[in-house]
Write a protein that binds this ligand. Structure first.
Ligand SMILES: *Cc1c(COP(=O)(O)O)cnc(C)c1O
Ligand SMILES: [Zn+2]
Length: 416
């Protein structure tokens, strides 16, 4: 089915543009987003038409930017939504679901947005894939570029986790490590866009198309809940793009009559070492004040979040809240999630679970209503964070006596 995308729309002044390579408004410099003709889609985009699609984000092609001849599809999306009964019990909530986006081709939710961005980039005649990244985006861009035979230039802070650098470099593109933080990287990329017109920076000049990929999280959650919306969703925040587009995804499904009921309440999750949105929310501030990040949750370490103001508005209008958790809580909750549900998440997943727990404790998340937690990246991506604590229980010699002695001192009963 063809896409019902009509073009670009200014998020500030409403000016419209064709679906071309443009990312800010000529009149007000506001950010642009992809617009759709949902009236035309009424009755054409149905539960049945979606269910007949592929097991990837492209089952929602009608509600994504036009990919051109064929999408760049490495298999992003259609990840499991798991009922988490054991974790729910520990957290004291009734109905908890994990949207397990560790299961994407390169192990993070970024595959959704990159698949969208590079599909549009190819349609628009770009020839090189690029991005400013906190790590996961670089990996996904490099992988998708390799998949279509494009060169890639990915730009990251040089002190990122070794595992994320390796996971990016292995795909053979150019990886530039910047001596600075993500906000420095992003500024640099805005300058590079002007110098390299053939380069598609997924999250800079392709950002309107990139951002749409996050809607598929909302689409999948609805479909996997039997075409119903959850009551509450906890979303990790970096630039805030995922959050705003999850809200847009639920809204589009409601408008098309694919699901019913009120908008789910969305909750944000940040690490206290980089919590510009949580801070503005709790202080009741008008604006999001940039911070200098210092947290192990590197994938969320954006001190000056582009979508921050939109997230803040949404949190205030819809009765949401935003958690802010310490690195110790992040590590504890990576363990808690692994030990109760068998799901190994990266630091961002620890942030989501720790923030969820915090907001249940302070009563802003209703424990009696359904909750979906977005687990956005795989634990193998941030192994550095846990290698010192997740180790062998004991080191023994290869003898029965040594094993038995170790088991005794660990108080492991022979009957169990
Ligand atoms: C990028 C990222 C996010 C959130 O990104 P936004 O910029 O807020 O859209 C969440 N989790 C992980 C693991 C990420 O890599
Ligand atoms: Zn405008």
């Amino acid at each position: 089915m063809a896409s019902f995308a009509t073009g670009l729309l200014c998020r500030e002044c409403g000016e419209t543009y064709p679906a071309e390579a443009r990312y800010s408004c000529e009149f007000c410099f506001g950010p642009l987003e992809v617009d759709y003709d949902l009236d035309a889609a009424q009755g054409v985009v149905t539960r049945e038409s979606i269910e007949a699609g592929p097991n990837s984000i492209w089952r929602y092609e009608a509600l994504l930017p036009d990919p051109g001849a064929e999408p760049v599809d490495l298999g992003a999306g259609w990840t499991p939504l798991r009922r988490a009964t054991r974790l729910a019990e520990v957290l004291g909530v009734k109905e908890l679901w994990l949207k397990d986006d560790t299961r994407n081709p390169t192990g993070s939710f970024k595959d959704r947005v990159v698949s969208c961005a590079l599909s549009s980039a190819r349609r628009l005649g770009f020839t090189t894939a690029a991005c400013a990244s906190t790590g996961n985006l670089a990996t996904s861009v490099a992988a998708h570029a390799a998949f279509i035979g494009w060169p890639s230039v990915t730009i990251i802070p040089s002190d990122l986790e070794k595992s994320k650098i390796a996971m990016t470099a292995i795909f053979g593109g150019t990886v530039l490590g910047v001596e600075g933080n993500y906000d420095d990287v992003n500024r640099l990329c805005v300058e590079l866009v002007a110098e390299h017109p053939g380069w598609a920076f997924a999250n800079v000049n392709l950002r309107p198309y990139y951002a749409e990929g996050s809607k598929t999280l909302a689409f999948e959650i609805c479909e996997q809940l039997g075409w119903t919306q959850p009551d509450q969703v906890v979303v990790p925040l970096a630039s805030g793009s995922q959050f705003t587009k999850i809200a847009k995804g639920f809204a589009q499904f409601r408008e098309l009559g694919l699901v019913e009921g009120p908008a789910p309440v969305l909750f944000g999750a940040q690490a206290s070492g980089c919590s510009p949105i949580a801070t503005a929310f709790t202080e009741g501030a008008e604006v999001v004040t940039p911070q200098k990040p210092n947290t192990i949750a590197r994938s969320l370490a954006i001190g000056n979040p582009a979508d921050g103001p939109y997230v803040l508005d949404a949190l205030r209008q819809n009765g949401g809240d935003c958690g802010s958790v310490s690195d110790e809580e992040v590590l504890e909750c990576i363990g808690l999630l692994a030990q109760t549900e068998g799901v190994f998440a990266e630091t961002a997943g620890g942030v989501t679970i720790a923030a969820l727990r915090q907001m249940v404790r302070r009563g802003t998340i209703d424990p009696n209503k359904s909750i979906v937690a977005i687990i956005s990246g795989h634990g193998l991506k941030t192994l550095d964070a846990v290698v010192d604590t997740a180790t062998v229980s004991a080191t023994i010699t290869p003898s029965l006596a040594s094993a038995q002695e170790a088991l005794r001192s660990l108080q492991i009963e022979s009957a169990s």
